[in-house]
Design a binder for this molecule. Structure first.
Ligand code: SF4
Length: 58
């Protein structure tokens, strides 16, 4: 099965520039993702990132 045919309804995502994005639906196609931060003390939503992001080939 093409990886991106699977929409994980537990991971809503609108990052369409990621190779793991479902494409047609706003879901991730992975079974699980890793979320992390580059901050020492994350305090706001933008402080966290999906570390499973893979940029789309251009
Ligand atoms: S890996 Fe992260 S950024 Fe990429 S589609 Fe999944 S949730 Fe979105």
């Amino acid at each position: 099965m093409n990886q991106n045919e699977y929409a994980n309804h537990c991971i809503v995502c609108n990052v369409t520039s990621c190779q793991n994005h479902h494409r047609d639906k706003n879901y991730c196609s992975l079974e699980c993702i890793r979320v992390g931060t580059r901050e020492e003390q994350p305090a706001y939503t933008p402080c966290t990132d999906c570390q499973s992001f893979v940029p789309s080939a251009t």
